[in-house]
Write a protein that binds this ligand. Structure first.
Ligand SMILES: NC(=O)C1=CN([C@@H]2O[C@H](COP(=O)(O)OP(=O)(O)OC[C@H]3O[C@@H](n4cnc5c(N)ncnc54)[C@H](O)[C@@H]3O)[C@@H](O)[C@H]2O)C=CC1
Ligand SMILES: O=C(O)C(=O)[C@H](O)COP(=O)(O)O
Length: 384
């Protein structure tokens, strides 16, 4: 069996070497010649998968080691008899930690003593938005969820949902919807000039869903107008050819890495390994835990003298601080459009190992119960 895999999928050999030959190719430049002889195709979000790539090939199984599926033509795959699997939720915790860290830096920038004073509107309350809201609520934030498809499906059975307008009135608004077009509640350019006009300089807008959910031109115009909100963008229209002018205008700019914790990436590979095993009728013998290395930073200790918010933020940012990625992306926005696109992809390909908060043992000596609860809420392992 021939497996063709994006070269940026981690641990492909460790998980898939029992199945047959593995051929690694560039996901960004994958073409019909690369996949013609393949039985199995493993991709990430940068490969468009549909008729153009697969017609006439032997491929019978396509797996994407990502949450998002907007790069896959699902309507074409099914009638073509090609089994498809994605990795729902694989890096949801990574994205939630990214957002928490951005919010912690924002609260500090605003001079807030207590970051939970901020209200947070989450647009898209699925695996990512749900995980984020769970952490925020346990930390004591007021959270408003906007998710019309869920609201319609769940009615009185579900949590309380607000309208997009109400979510956009929160101090922090964070977008976690899939990219959808031509359907009810489509998210393409869901945040346009009208929505942006209502945001003020007292607000933070985060997008860690897909770039096309915000109308880039409208955002650039809004950021040039008075009383503009601060904006943190992890995702961009037309990646990797992103608009350097927009990078200049936003407060935090990162190269689509919110989901790039090692745990999240490896979980994506593991979920597709499980799906392929099921498709082939073979037992699942491998688990991601057996391949995860010891983290470089494994312990931190706080004493009773620690200020509650500060301690949480110090620990959070010891695991992940978005300002490092922001600085690297800004430094990469040099040269012509082609050079900038290559630099954007290079930052993603050579991304440093980032571990989730659950990899860090936090020792708390003589600290309050509420500080302990806050650490647990974020997902740290506690030693008291
Ligand atoms: N920046 C990054 O690195 C990452 C980005 N993503 C993106 O985040 C998206 C969301 O991920 P998950 O939460 O795991 O997906 P999910 O499918 O679990 O949840 C998405 C939620 O959005 C809701 N939704 C759909 N249309 C909406 C609308 N118009 N308004 C409000 N809510 C709407 C859905 O009902 C669903 O509850 C993915 O589709 C992917 O595009 C995912 C992982 C990493
Ligand atoms: O899982 C998703 O959906 C994501 O957005 C991934 O984090 C994107 O990573 P790549 O597939 O673009 O490496």
């Amino acid at each position: 069996m021939l497996i063709v895999a994006d070269e940026n999928i981690p641990l492909v050999d460790s998980f898939f070497d029992d199945f047959g030959e593995i051929r690694r190719v560039s996901g960004r430049h994958m073409g019909p010649d690369d996949v013609r002889e393949a039985d199995v195709l493993l991709v990430r979000s940068v490969t468009k998968v549909g008729r153009e790539l697969l017609e006439g090939s032997r491929v019978r199984f396509v797996g994407t080691t990502t949450i998002g599926t907007d790069h896959i033509d699902l309507e074409w795959l099914e009638p073509a008899g090609i089994r498809f699997a994605s990795a729902p939720g694989c890096n949801a915790n990574s994205v939630a930690e990214y957002v928490l860290s951005v919010v912690s830096v924002y609260a500090e920038k605003q001079g807030l003593e207590d970051w939970t004073e901020l209200t947070v509107g989450i647009v898209g309350a699925g695996n990512v938005g749900g995980e984020l809201s769970h952490k925020l609520e346990r930390l004591g934030f007021e959270v408003r969820l906007c998710d019309p498809p869920r609201a319609e499906r769940e009615g009185d059975e579900g949590p309380e949902f607000v309208s997009l307008e109400q979510a956009l009135a929160c101090d922090v608004v964070t977008l976690h919807t899939p990219l959808t077009r031509d359907e009810e509640h489509a998210t393409y350019h869901m945040i346009g000039a009208d929505q942006l006009a209502g945001l003020t300089g007292e607000q933070l807008l985060i997008n860690a869903g897909r770039g096309e959910v915000i109308d880039t031109q409208a955002l650039a115009d809004r950021l040039d107008a008075p009383n503009a909100p601060l904006v943190a963008l992890d995702v961009w229209e037309q990646e990797p050819r992103i608009d350097p002018g927009l990078v200049d205008r936003v407060w935090i700019a990162t190269p689509h890495i919110a989901g790039y914790s090692l745990e999240g990436k490896v979980k994506g590979t593991e979920m597709i390994y499980q799906a392929l095993s099921g498709f082939l009728g073979l037992p699942v013998r491998k688990k991601s835990g057996q391949f995860l290395p010891e983290p470089a930073l494994s312990k931190v200790a706080f004493t009773g003298a620690a200020e509650e918010d500060r301690a949480i933020c110090v620990a959070l940012r010891a695991c992940y601080d978005p300002r490092g990625d922001d600085g690297r992306l800004r430094a990469a926005m040099k040269g012509n459009a082609e050079e900038r696109a290559l630099a954007f992809d290079r930052l993603r390909r050579n991304y440093p190992v980032r571990r989730e908060c659950s990899s860090l043992n936090v020792q708390l000596k003589g600290t309050s119960k509420s500080l302990q609860d806050s650490f647990r809420a974020v997902g740290f392992k506690l030693k008291i």
